[in-house]
Design a protein around this ligand. Structure first.
Ligand code: SAH
Length: 342
């Protein structure tokens, strides 16, 4: 297993020749443990209503965006499209939206479960224990909840708690695990005040939580948010994100790790391809109906905003072909069996 000292060293490493060694190690572990298949997960941004005021996020409560919430039928149709395109997973993501009521979400999950073989991933923010249990019961398989940073003080600055309860995403990941979900966490890279030591803590946290999925992306300031005016660390957050992807792979060999849309946004030419060459094994094509997509504006100028699902699909498959990777079949669960040293 990779040590704390090694993690910190790699986070400081700037020499491209040495970094090539990190990329090679991460790519070797990825190939040995996960194979050459890239899993495609269809992402459906089901609602941009949100009750929270995260200071980084463009759809925070009160932000000047046009709000939408997809109907269960619209969500179901996107899931059917995921199946038609050959994907093994559909991811339902949203702001923290109480309007996505327990029963509505349960029924949507049941409908997808009944009519498809898809693994169902939820990413609906911090919801009650009763909701999480009911959705698991209805057939949801996985839950994505990034903890954003393991630095508690920074977390509280960027992710204010609701009046009624403290926000502890790490504790919630434990509860999700106990309910039988596969669990996904992750962080943003380049937040104001974030340090390399924080990032090293994040990598150690990935391993401690034994995450099944790890999403890492560069922080992208949104001008309509309080955090946008604050100074960011002096590092290159795209390059730092690749370091984090590679270190996540070394710390958690069997996890599913995506090349994120935020990376595609900072490097449209080949951000995702570089992530896939440096430890990642998943892509998340956007299946949100194009009329809603522009309103899920968590950060500005998001990549792949206007392409329809079949166009996105064709583009991604073409990109995979050029880097010699194949499209995965099946649900693409994490590899939770012991996998040996990287
Ligand atoms: N409401 C859900 C989904 C949020 S969007 C939840 O809170 O879990 C999914 C992820 O997008 C967030 O967890 C965050 O890591 C990322 N994100 C949000 N705003 C961002 C920004 N301005 N720049 C980069 N990533 C951002």
């Amino acid at each position: 297993m990779i040590t704390r000292a090694e993690i910190v060293d790699w986070l400081h490493e700037d020499d491209p020749v040495r970094l090539a060694e990190l990329w090679r190690r991460a790519d070797d572990v990825r190939r040995r443990v996960m194979g050459d298949e890239v899993q495609l997960r269809g992402l459906v941004e089901v609602s941009n209503h949100c009750v929270r005021r995260c200071t980084y996020c463009g759809i925070r409560a009160g932000a000047p965006v046009t709000r939408y919430r997809m109907s269960p039928l619209e969500i179901f149709e996107c899931a059917m499209q995921a199946t038609a395109l050959g994907y093994g997973t559909v991811v339902l993501q949203a702001g923290e939206d109480p309007g996505l009521e327990l029963d509505i979400v349960s029924e949507t999950i049941r409908a997808i479960r009944k009519r498809t073989e898809l693994a169902i991933t939820l990413s609906l923010g911090e919801r009650s224990g009763a909701e999480l249990a009911a959705w698991r019961q209805a057939g949801a398989d996985r839950y994505l909840l990034r903890f954003e940073t393991s630095n508690r003080e920074l977390y509280e600055r960027i992710h204010p708690a609701r009046a009624d309860e403290p926000s502890d995403r790490i504790a919630m990941l434990g509860r999700l695990r106990a309910l039988g979900y596969e669990i996904g966490g992750g962080v943003m890279v380049g937040l104001p005040g974030q340090t390399r030591d924080d990032l090293a803590d994040d990598v150690e946290m990935f391993a401690r939580l034994d995450l099944d999925m790890i999403g890492v992306g560069p922080y992208l300031p949104h001008p309509a948010t309080p955090l946008a005016g604050e100074a960011r660390p002096d590092w290159d957050s795209e390059l730092m994100t690749y370091r984090m992807v590679a270190l996540a792979r070394l710390a958690c060999p069997g996890a599913n790790i995506p090349g994120t849309t935020a990376l595609a946004t900072v490097n449209r030419a080949d951000g995702r391809e570089l992530a896939l060459a440096r430890g990642a094994n998943v892509l998340m094509p956007n299946l949100t109906p194009t009329r809603y997509r522009e309103h899920y504006e968590i950060y500005p100028d998001k990549a792949c905003l206007r392409e329809t699902a079949p166009v996105c699909d064709g583009c991604l498959r073409g990109r995979l072909q050029t880097i010699g990777r194949t499209v995965g079949s099946g649900r693409g669960d994490a590899r939770r069996t012991a996998v040996g040293e990287p």
